[in-house]
Design a protein around this ligand. Structure first.
Ligand code: IFM
Length: 444
């Protein structure tokens, strides 16, 4: 596989996790504003009302990116700033993103813009949300507006962030907004998100925009806890649920029948929301694939579990989220994608870890995070030595922020945020990543 040598080093964020300013310049509530008001949903009763106040401090934050030495910044647009109701465009909301692009330009940092990162406008949820097929049309209208207004200045677009989370975790496992626990709702949400992705890709091509466009998934390499037949069934089910349900339709194979049968057996869906022609739309070719990689998943069989599997045991060191630290498993994931799906360029659009920081005399020591990041970068270097074409790496995340249901209780940032004062303090990992970028302008 041929690869040009330039490598993208970036940091990633998402609108609701950092912006705050939830009622300014015509922004209307998203499902996350609503979810945060529901008792018991978010750790400590936290919300994104203020978050990192990035809406007012974006210049300071972009200056930090420049100091870090990244050449790209991945951020998301809040749909609820851009459309205040169905069909009602809000130019004041768009202005904020224009300002961000202008600021990035000053430092020669390339924007990578995600259109959807979990924050459906509440008005769309009130009309049925992603369960409603029309939501794909509303999304496409929003995407076209963003392409039209910002397209000349954006080299890289991402339609959706982690549709597995935005459908199954949000509509079936109930751990993200809107917090439902219904498999059929989740299947509809996943399908309509994938459909909206394909529609936006078609719009992008029709509009003849200069940049590139793709989608970000968060697959995990799945391993069985043992070599038994039953643990392999568990692995197959988890792989279908987490990975193949998204990869297969996006890369032209249609939904995987084995896991479809398990879903149907569990929730009795008739799949009548999948229409003839949808798979062609969903598999419209993309320019690159984004992958958010944090860990692997190890499972074992349990017949009483909804999808026949539960988390297995490992002795590996874990992050503050309880996720195994296992950079080398990224190699398996990339090899599998190359074999089974595609040879288009891959970007690691998120990677990082929540860990407890050690605050000492105004400095933040987080050697474990630095180690985590550098080990993943070295793994990517090894993957590229095999010719597998990873084009870029975005660290999650620039600064500590609102970690969804974990509120402000988990810190993933390269920069520490004192939420009382909004002071930003670069951590040791910030300097470790900066040093790596300086020493390795090309990663292999
Ligand atoms: O904070 C999230 C992000 O919004 C999506 N990917 C995973 C991150 C860490 O949990």
């Amino acid at each position: 596989m041929k690869r040009d040598k330039s490598f993208v080093y970036g940091v990633a964020t998402a609108a609701y996790q950092i912006e705050g300013a939830i009622s300014e310049d015509g922004r209307v509530p998203s499902v996350w504003d609503t979810y945060c008001t529901m008792p018991g949903r978010i750790y400590n009763g936290d919300s994104g009302d203020i978050a990192c106040d990035h809406y007012h401090r974006y210049k300071e934050d972009i200056a930090l990116m420049a100091e870090l030495g990244v050449n790209s910044y991945r951020f998301s647009i809040a749909w609820s700033r851009i459309y205040s109701a169905k069909g009602v465009y809000n130019e004041n909301g768009m202005r904020f993103y224009r300002d961000i692009l202008a600021e990035l330009k000053k430092y020669n940092i390339a924007p990578s813009v995600t259109l959807y990162h979990f924050d459906l406008p509440q008005w769309a949820q009130d009309l049925g949300g992603w369960e409603n097929r029309e939501c794909a049309e509303w999304y496409n209208e929003y995407a076209r507006k963003c392409f039209d207004e910002l397209g000349a200045d954006v080299p890289m677009w991402i339609t959706h962030n982690e549709p597995w989370c935005a459908s199954f975790l949000s509509y079936m496992e109930g751990t993200l907004a809107p917090g439902y626990t219904n498999m059929e709702k989740a299947l509809k949400a996943a399908h309509h998100q994938l459909l909206s992705h394909g529609m936006a890709i078609k719009s992008f091509r029709e509009m003849g925009l200069p940049g590139q466009i793709g989608i970000t998934l968060n697959p995990a390499p799945i391993y069985a806890e043992s070599g038994s037949f039953r643990d392999d069934i568990a692995r197959t089910a988890q792989d279908g649920y987490r990975n193949r349900w998204f990869f297969d339709p996006l890369f032209g194979k249609g939904y995987p029948r084995d896991i479809a049968m398990l879903f149907a057996a569990r929730c009795g869906t008739s799949f009548d929301f999948i229409q003839v022609g949808d798979s062609d739309v969903i598999s419209t070719p993309i320019d690159f694939l984004g992958l958010n990689f944090y860990s692997h998943t190890v499972v074992r069989y349990r017949s009483s579990c909804y999808l026949l599997n539960e988390d297995g045991h490992t002795d590996l060191p874990k992050t503050d989220m309880g996720w195994d630290i296992c950079p080398e498993t990224l190699v398996d994931l990339i090899q599998r994608i190359r074999l089974d799906y595609t040879d288009i360029p891959i970007y690691i659009t998120e990677n990082g870890c929540a860990l407890k920081d050690c605050v000492e005399d105004g400095a933040i020591h987080d050697s474990e995070r630095a180690d985590y990041i550098l080990r993943h970068l070295e793994t990517i270097r090894n993957i590229n030595r095999k010719g597998l074409n990873i084009k870029g790496y975005y660290c999650w995340t620039l600064m500590d922020n609102f970690e969804w249901a974990c509120g402000y209780g988990k810190r993933f940032g390269l920069v520490y945020v004192d939420y009382e004062t909004q002071q930003r303090i670069p951590k040791d990992s910030f300097y470790a990543y900066k040093g790596y970028i300086e020493k390795n302008p090309d990663i292999c």
